[in-house]
Design a protein around this ligand. Structure first.
Ligand code: GDP
Ligand code: IMO
Ligand code: MG
Length: 432
């Protein structure tokens, strides 16, 4: 279904929880068999960790396929491209010996995220009654400018006069906004960052391409494409725990809009879930642990934000959320990560429903504030108390771990395609 004859496969890799599911690791593993990897939304709020040998890379805007030598890595039109951070990441990868030149392209239609967006993000969080707990990377303000039809696109960078005029208007508007928020600005730091942005205008214009056209042609040539999601389904602007979400659609349908291909070009949607749940930033986490267990899992899983270093809150696997994610993303498969993190536990629980106001709720509710008080209905599984890190086939896993995975698959309703049992590329089980 959906695959034109003679065309390559186009797979979306999408987070199914609150981000940090291990998308970077899964994309890196799958990148072996593809030609193009593209990001379709978000920006430098993402932090995708990939281990290659003994080296660790944290990718924020450049797709995780970049660590595979000759893959073409694209930033689609749905991304808000942080100019300063992008070249910092680009040049740091080059310095570490990664081939970036000629491999990275950015959409002409992508919106630029400029220094004042970061200032506005922090200022609006500082002044907010109900804080979102954003990454402070300017994501909300950049998407506000896009939706407000006053953004600056990569295409505008080709014309220095137009770019300069739009930048001046943007700064002026940001200043007025900051005044309304009653927030002061470090003028010297802002001016310096704006000057650095001006200096990068020509460089970004040189990388500009039509990503939709490029991906469509690659597929027509029979090449395979990965569309790398950032954040996760519960952070989706429409389908997540609004308002404690990010400002983009993170879900699979956005992969078409955010790169410029038609939705019928997508052949597979692989949902990534951790074998438990984490969340960084504010908002409900219905399966959240008590403080002692929270601390223990954070240590076992190394659960600290890849972008901000903030501690991630931890909880049991939430099958209500996973089922919601399977449906809104149209998952064709599941990748379960960090199974090894559970290896030492005596008992493992998973959530099959919520008790909300005396009712049993089995579908992920729209009522975010009600979800704050939801009591998880938990099912208990005995821990397998054996290492899974050397398993390379499902048969290698302890029977308790297999039973746990089977239950996740059954409750989620999507077939398990991959199981990750460690940070390394080789620590992966492929199913089917
Ligand atoms: P992403 O944002 O979805 O790419 O995920 P992050 O990189 O923010 O967080 C996932 C973390 O878990 C990273 O530190 C990964 O190196 C690590 N990780 C990924 N898969 C596994 C796994 O199967 N086992 C263990 N122990 N760690 C993993
Ligand atoms: P990856 O791609 C986890 C969270 C923030 C905050 C909310 C809004 O690594 O999975 P924003 O800065 O986007 O306006 O913040 O979203 N958040 C993430 N949480 N992983 C991410 O990305 C995230 N990107 C944003 O913590 O709660
Ligand atoms: Mg992350």
């Amino acid at each position: 279904m959906g695959q034109r004859s003679g065309s390559g496969r186009c797979t979306v890799v999408v987070g199914c929880q609150w981000g940090d599911e291990g998308k970077g690791k899964i994309v890196d593993v799958l990148a072996e068999g593809v030609d193009v990897v593209a990001r379709y939304q978000g920006g430098a709020n993402a932090g995708h960790t990939v281990h290659v040998g003994d080296e660790e890379f944290i990718l924020h805007q450049i797709p995780s396929g970049i660590l595979h030598g000759d893959r073409r890595c694209l930033l689609g039109n749905g991304v808000v491209l942080d100019l300063l951070q992008f070249f910092e990441e680009h040049d740091a990868l080059r310095e570490r010996g990664i081939e970036v030149d000629g491999h990275v392209g950015v959409s002409l239609r992508a919106h630029l995220l400029l220094p004042y967006h970061r200032v506005l993000d922090r200022a609006s969080e500082a002044g907010a009654r109900e804080k979102i707990g954003t990454t402070g990377r300017g994501i909300g303000p950049a998407y506000e400018d896009k939706a407000g039809r006053r953004g600056i696109r990569v295409a505008d960078a080709a014309d220095s006069h137009r770019f300069e005029a739009l930048l001046a208007e943007g700064v002026q508007r940001a200043r007025l906004h900051l005044e309304r928020l009653d927030q002061t600005v470090d003028e010297a730091a802002l001016e310096e960052a704006l000057e650095a942005s001006r200096a990068l205008r020509g460089r970004i214009a040189e990388l500009a391409v039509d990503t939709g056209l490029e991906i469509d042609r690659a597929l027509a040539r029979g090449e395979n494409v990965l569309l790398e999601g950032a954040q996760g389904t519960a952070l989706d602007l429409d389908h997540g725990t609004y308002p404690f979400v990010t400002s983009s659609n993170t879900t699979a349908a956005a992969a078409a809009t955010g790169t410029g291909i038609g939705p019928t070009r997508i052949t597979d949607v692989l949902g990534v879930v951790k074998a438990y749940t984490t969340r960084v930033g504010n908002g409900p986490l219905p399966t959240g642990f008590d403080p002692a267990m929270d601390e223990r899992m954070r240590e076992l899983g190394g659960e600290f934000g890849a972008t901000t270093g903030r501690p991630r809150r931890c909880g049991w696997f939430d099958a209500v959320l996973a089922r919601h994610a399977a449906r809104v993303n149209g998952l064709t498969g599941l990748a379960v990560t960090k199974l090894d993190v559970l290896d030492s536990l005596d008992e493992i629980q998973l959530c099959t429903g919520y008790r909300m106001g005396g009712e049993l709720v089995e579908e992920f509710p729209a009522d975010t504030f009600g979800l704050e008080d939801a009591q998880p209905v938990l099912e208990s599984h005995p821990g397998w108390k054996a290492p899974t890190t050397e398993a390379r086939r499902l048969e290698d896993l302890p029977s308790g771990a297999r039973a746990y995975l089977d239950r996740i698959e059954e409750l989620t309703g999507a077939p398990t395609r991959m199981v990750s049992v460690g940070t390394r590329r080789s620590q992966i089980i492929r199913v089917g």
